[in-house]
Design a protein around this ligand. Structure first.
Ligand code: PLP
Length: 400
């Protein structure tokens, strides 16, 4: 047996893996599985962006680039932050990586020493705690339940900060809840952070453009200028531009951190794909005419799906202001019995039941640090989403 590095023992396979494995197996058996577990929009990458990628190939932009991004892309990112967020960065404050995921991991690798604490509000994106553990740091999970709309409060933040606290990760709109922070809430968190100068902030803004009902996206470094020098603002093209497979994410922050991140990336992956970088330049610089239509489709799906789920006895969810997820409480199903006689005791049981009975794949909330809940992605095709909701309703009716 291979003796693997000890660091791997700090991370566990996520609860989602078993569900995904079973869903794939059932699909291979020819069953019609509807997956609501995907964290990506079902839209194609807009044509003008895809063409920019093709053009890059034809023009021979197929070689290594600067490790943390081409000058053109960094310039486009600087302009994006100016335009959208009133954040003023220079190109040496920008780092481009293979997705927002690599940027966040680079940042944690550059910031966290063993036993440093990183505050992560729960429910959280599955990767944050494991990334922190891989650096040797300690994730400090702060539960932010539905009663507080899944938002970290200033009191909770203050209570969680210790002399070992090195970093806070904020994500708005958030995965898995779609919850977005309001400006005043960020300012209130900023007041706490101002009192603790040792705390760095990673603001994960990857869902920035996916905002509904007039909720206005804002980001910490913009609303609390005192924190500008100790915030890494992370974003990318995956979600808003329907470019998940192109793998381009970026971060903006203090120059010393950006240099350290480039050094790490230079030893791990070198630059992200030159072709994808060229496409990302087009994405960032061209008008986002497609976005309005995407948002309208997503909003309709959100409303349809939330109404259908809230009509199911035992399930409930809030209607989120951003992203493309509903975070569904299945507390009301706990203790109920399936036709096979199984008693539902955890959200993993509910996810398995929905997969086996309704042939709908969802992700158990325990993977995101809050149970008993599950996450539904409404970025699936509208008809499939409608059918999935009907199937879930029928399945839940069979419970006693
Ligand atoms: N941050 C959050 C909250 C996410 O949900 C994701 C992807 O699911 C990412 C970051 C990373 O996205 P990417 O690496 O595709 O840019």
């Amino acid at each position: 047996m291979t003796t693997l590095a000890r660091r791997l023992s700090t991370i566990a396979p996520s609860a989602t893996i078993e569900i995904s494995r079973r869903a794939a197996e059932m699909r291979r058996e020819g069953l019609d599985i509807i997956s609501l577990s995907q964290g990506e929009p079902d839209f194609d990458t807009p044509a003008h962006i895809a063409h920019a990628g093709k053009r890059a190939i034809d023009e021979g932009q197929t070689r290594y680039t600067d490790v943390d991004g081409t000058p053109e892309l960094k310039q486009a990112i600087v302009a994006k932050f100016e335009r959208d967020n009133a954040l003023h960065y220079s190109t040496d404050q920008i780092s481009v990586g293979t997705g927002g995921k690599q940027v966040i991991f680079n940042a944690l690798m550059a910031l966290i020493d063993p036993d440093d604490e990183v505050i992560i509000p729960a429910p959280y994106w599955v990767s944050y705690p494991d990334m922190v553990r891989l650096t040797g740091g300690m994730p400090v999970i702060v539960e932010c339940g539905e009663a507080q709309h899944f938002r970290l409060t200033p009191e909770q933040l203050e209570a969680a900060i210790t002399p070992q606290t090195k970093c806070l990760i904020l994500n708005s709109p958030g995965n898995p809840t779609g919850t977005g922070y309001h400006r005043e809430e960020l300012i209130a968190l900023g007041e706490v952070l101002k009192r603790h100068p040792q705390v760095f902030v990673i603001s994960d803004d990857i869902y920035e453009y996916l905002a509904y009902d007039g909720w206005a996206f804002t980001t910490l470094a913009a609303v609390v200028p005192e924190l500008f020098e100790r915030t890494l603002t992370v974003n990318g093209v995956s979600k808003g531009y329907a470019m998940t497979g192109w793998r381009i994410g970026f971060g903006a922050g203090p120059k010393d951190l950006i240099r350290a991140m480039a050094m790490l990336q230079g030893q791990m992956t070198t630059n992200p794909s030159a072709i994808s970088q060229a496409a990302a330049v087009e994405a960032l610089n061209a008008p986002k005419d497609f976005l309005e239509e995407h948002l309208e489709i997503l909003r309709q799906r959100r409303d349809m799906c939330a109404a259908a789920i809230n009509a199911i006895d035992g399930l409930s969810c809030r209607v989120p202001e951003g992203a493309f997820y509903l975070f569904v409480s299945c507390q009301g199903l706990m203790g109920r019995r399936t036709p096979d006689g199984e008693v539902l005791e955890r959200d993993v049981d509910v996810a398995r039941f929905l997969l086996e009975t309704a042939h709908v794949a969802v992700v158990p909330g325990s993977a995101f640090g809050l149970a008993p809940w599950f996450r539904v992605s409404f970025a699936a095709a509208t008809e499939r989403l409608g059918e999935a909701c009907e199937r879930m309703a029928h399945a839940c009716q069979t419970l006693t």
